[in-house]
Design a protein. Structure first.
Length: 176
């Protein structure tokens, strides 16, 4: 049987299917660079969308485990150009009451590619996914596909990304 750990355990729930491997690699890089403590345990998981009742079950199971005491839950989702508060309200409906105080929201104006663009120094006007696609077509002569998301973790400049308010908030939650 696994011993109870005193080290912080954080659950990252990402709406983006390729967000799980992206965050796994990102957390590893942040620990290597000593941006976040090496002792925290972070478990990235995918959840199938803001309006899905499975989110409640995932969170409820996570907080019910006595062996893996979750200190924080970070929900990462896309507003897709819409209202961020509306996106949060869609998510809040699926948060168990026992978990409400542990939940933090990182809601992108459009999508997770905002961080990729910022970390690559790509100026974004409008949808970052389209900006990234255009940039890669012009500069690298490649077509961006969502499955490529985790490949960008080692390519992004973390110093540039630290200018992003949501990224700093993310780091702050991980560093408590």
């Amino acid at each position: 049987m696994e011993k109870y750990s005193q080290d912080p355990r954080i659950l990252i729930l990402t709406e983006d299917y390729y967000g799980k491997p992206f965050f796994k690699k990102l957390i590893s890089r942040l620990k290597r660079k000593k941006i976040i403590p090496a002792t925290i345990h972070v478990e990235p998981r995918w959840f199938p969308g803001k309006c899905n009742t499975k989110l409640y079950r995932i969170i409820n199971a996570a907080i019910a485990s006595p062996l893996k005491k979750i200190s924080d839950i970070i929900i990462v989702a896309d507003a897709e150009g819409g209202d961020i508060n509306s996106a949060i309200k869609q998510l809040e409906v699926h948060i168990p009451r026992d978990a409400e105080r542990a939940v933090h929201y990182i809601i992108f104006d459009y999508c997770i590619e905002e961080w990729i663009c910022e970390g690559l120094g790509i100026r974004v006007k409008g949808n970052p996914l389209e900006q990234l696609k255009d940039h890669l077509r012009r500069v690298k002569k490649i077509e961006y596909e969502k499955y490529m998301l985790p490949e960008f973790v080692e390519k992004i400049n973390l110093s540039l990304l630290m200018n992003n308010r949501k990224f700093r908030e993310f780091i702050s939650i991980l560093s408590r």
